[in-house]
Design a protein. Structure first.
Length: 313
């Protein structure tokens, strides 16, 4: 019940309190009920500041991919996965190099303005709509076999690399993060304690955790030559199913951005029980014994795998 209250707090109460605080010089000038909310926010922000480590943020990011509100990232992943004839892992890394900085900035900006990420997206809907049209353009390019982009930065650079990086940037604008207890804590640290640097580092590790499952899947696809399997299907069908799937996925994502102003529509899938279960696990991470040691081992293992991949390239 407490975690659900925190989620509602970050979505609805904090923006209201922020709006009221602009009308009063001191907290004592606020109505009594809002004073209590402000004090509770401060206590929660202090709690997360003392107890929320980079490792826990990283583990929470990994768990986030299992929640319904993160399902929207899977079509983005499969869009370029089906398109690539090789180097799926490399393109996954390129996508997240575009996605992560924008996602972090968007989250911190929402905290600074006293809004949820979804509310900020609605207030910035024109940018989401523009991003949607550009993504549809990328989808049409893919549909007609033109790749993600006709732009080639250098002679040795894949044409699709810039397009996938751009796709990561655009997708981050419309991606509605799951407002679980850990992300709530990060935004409270930024919005209440005004510690944007620490919150930014926490969000970086949270984003890195979100990236881990897709990176591992892409390594698996590359290792077992998933593109060759798709090419066999293309030959049997007599046309490129990769172009069709990629184009349609990108066009659908673009339309979701234009019509709904973000990916929060995935929250309406009727899977609230799964969401609450994942959030409850996230909430327990802070109190679990040896969790930082276990998480550090997972993080180091991932970084070694990433280093081995980059070294080969």
């Amino acid at each position: 019940m407490k975690k659900l209250f925190l989620i509602l707090l970050i979505l609805f109460v904090i923006p209201i309190v922020s709006a009221h605080e602009t009308d009063f010089e001191h907290k004592e000038d606020l109505p009594l009920n809002l004073q209590r909310v402000v004090e509770y926010n401060k206590q929660q922000a202090d709690f997360y500041f003392r107890n929320l480590s980079f490792i826990i943020a990283f583990l929470a990011g990994i768990l986030t991919i299992l929640t319904p509100c993160s399902l929207a990232i899977l079509p983005a992943f499969f869009a370029y996965t089906f398109r690539e004839k090789n180097k799926i892992t490399k393109m996954t890394l390129t996508f997240f190099l575009g996605f992560v900085p924008v996602f972090i900035i968007f989250g911190l900006l929402a905290a600074f303005l006293g809004k949820s990420i979804a509310m900020l997206q609605q207030n910035s809907r024109i940018f989401i709509i523009i991003a949607g049209f550009i993504i549809i353009g990328l989808g049409l390019m893919a549909l007609f076999g033109k790749g993600f982009s006709g732009i080639k930065i250098r002679k040795k650079t894949d044409k699709d690399m810039f397009g996938i990086f751009l796709f990561g940037v655009l997708f981050a604008l419309g991606f509605t993060a799951c407002i679980g207890p850990i992300l709530v804590g990060i935004l409270l640290i930024a919005g209440i304690l005004q510690n944007y640097f620490y919150a930014g580092i926490l969000m970086l590790f949270y984003s890195l955790g979100l990236f881990v499952p897709l990176f591992l899947i892409s390594v698996f696809f590359d290792k077992y030559n998933f593109p060759a399997f798709i090419n066999k299907i293309n030959k049997r069908l007599g046309f490129s199913i990769t172009n069709l799937i990629t184009g349609l996925l990108l066009i659908i994502i673009g339309l979701v951005f234009i019509i709904y102003g973000g990916t929060f529509i995935t929250n309406n899938l009727g899977l609230g029980g799964l969401t609450i279960f994942i959030y409850s696990i996230q909430n327990k991470l802070i109190s679990l014994k040896f969790i930082n040691i276990i998480g550090a081992i997972i993080l180091i293992g991932f970084l070694i795998l990433l280093w081995m991949f980059l070294r080969k390239k």
